[in-house]
Design a protein around this ligand. Sequence first.
Ligand code: ADP
Ligand code: MG
Length: 621
Amino acid sequence: MSTFQELGLNEDLLKAITDLGFEKPSEVQAKAIPLLLEEDKDLVALAQTGTGKTAAFGFPMLQKIDIDSRTTQGLILSPTRELCLQITNELKLYGKYCKGLNVVAIYGGSSISDQARAVKRGAQIIVATPGRMKDMISRRMVDISKIQYSVLDEADEMLNMGFKEDITDILSHTPEDKNTWLFSATMPKEVATIAKKFMHNPTEITVGNKNESTSNVSHEYYLVNARDRYQALKRLADANPDIFSVIFCRTKRDTQKVAENLIEDGYSAGALHGDLSQNQRDLVMKSFRNQQIQMLVATDVAARGIDVDDITHVINYQLPDEIETYTHRSGRTGRAGKTGVSMVIVSKSEVRKIKSIERIIKKDFDKKEIPSGGDIVEVQLMSLANKIHTTETNHEIDKHLESINELFADTDKDELIKKFFSVEFNRFFNYYQKSKDLGVVESRGSDRDGGRDYGKQSNDSRYFINVGSKDGFDWMKLKDFLKEQLELGRDDVFKVDVKESFSFFNTEKGLQEKVLAFFTDFKYEGRFVNVEVSEDRGGRSRGGGGRSRGGNDRRSGGGSRRRDDKPRGDRRSSGGSGNRSDRRRSDDNRGDRRSSDRGDRRSSESSSAGSDRPRRSRRRD
Ligand code: ADP
Ligand code: MG
């Protein structure tokens, strides 16, 4: 692929690109930038989220405008305030060596006169949401009559949000002979209509297939009874200890409710939707970006286009009304070359929608079971073991070692390990021991693993392996890898479950010896790969469920993980999993909660939830 130099960008921009660490143009950039630099023409560019569209229009615009002039020459319309700010910040970074450049963001919920003043100072580029822009035009606070370049970013979403009239109105105040560049992830009919209406013979570029989802995202669905939705969500989170995710709900109310429930249950979560004040939204987004909250519960509109890297999972708590929206949701993960998982919790009545989505994204879903209590306990235990294993020893402890040793003089290693884990684990274990399974039988026989019934007491062996997504594996890659290394057939490896730094898989019992023998001395990318039989599986994992529903089963906190009632250090994995280990629930990530009613709810709840509730004292209480 070409270099940024070859695209024809000037020195100031190239310098900024070097600073940003962009090594080579993305596909949409390689296609759009030379085209826009060379000619004054209209453009329709279709590319998935996360493909670098901002730079694809940002660099050409920065190069083409006259920075010595104070006239507003570029107008970028984007659907939400968050995006508007994101684009503005990006443009400022791209143009950091363009002396005199002034990019101004215009959006609702913040002082209109401040924004008007900023524009008056001479903004060559305005980035705006349609509503506020229209407002400012009608109050004559902006002059866009000399615009040369207009961008409709996330055009599909702006139309979804009902901005069509605002856009029409705004564009009627711009010169007829300007250029319009339209960027969109999908191309529904309305976008085509807009393109026809406002653009002259536009060049169309497409990256990937229209409406198709990113290739490094795998799609899973989980069939549950509608009333078990929330429990299912918690289990998905609990089965993925290092989850960093966006959870999509259909309405603002559900969004708020799910977030509140998660917070009450001790998860590190926050809500993002349009009923929150701008300040609250900013706080939540900031905490999420800093990975201080692990689960952002959001409406489609509020989360649209948000560019946060490293999201491991997108969870569709409910499917969107318009199935096209699914592409946007799943596009929040699997960014910047990483793999991601998009999970859908569906009830029986919605399961047919999965087929329609498969047609749109041109990928198959993997039907999965909501993890059983046994599965979750196992994952959490192994995750903790793995963290302990990779933790760098703190030698401050050395000086206390003698007295500690004395205390444990009569405890052998196994016993000590069990005790140690019990400290962390009893609460979790007790909760899930009582829980029932959440799966629902379904007739759609498209199980990737050939419809195996894992529920039966089986002849399978379950293994733990110490590689995971941070080694570049997703379940498909790991399955292929194992099959290849072990020279096994298509269906010999199954139930592959990839976590961040470790994974699980099954084979027939008969293969156990072979598998273990192979991995006694096997190195992958320079380090030993360790495979162990995970005894827990099979016996308890499903058998443990199926009890009658206890009163606490429905909404009780269950496997609530609280992550931070202890010093940071002990959550740390030195295994290079990045700053995710720094994620923590902090006091400022609860900007979305009305503190006034927290106390009441807490006390009424803790009295009603009874003693079963495996929660511990929480620092913030
Ligand atoms: P989109 O608008 O297509 O969803 P963005 O413009 O928000 O994508 O870009 C996604 C991320 O990729 C941003 O963090 C951006 O800084 C980064 N990015 C853009 N272009 C490149 C590039 N050529 N190389 C590396 N990173 C890039
Ligand atoms: Mg974008």
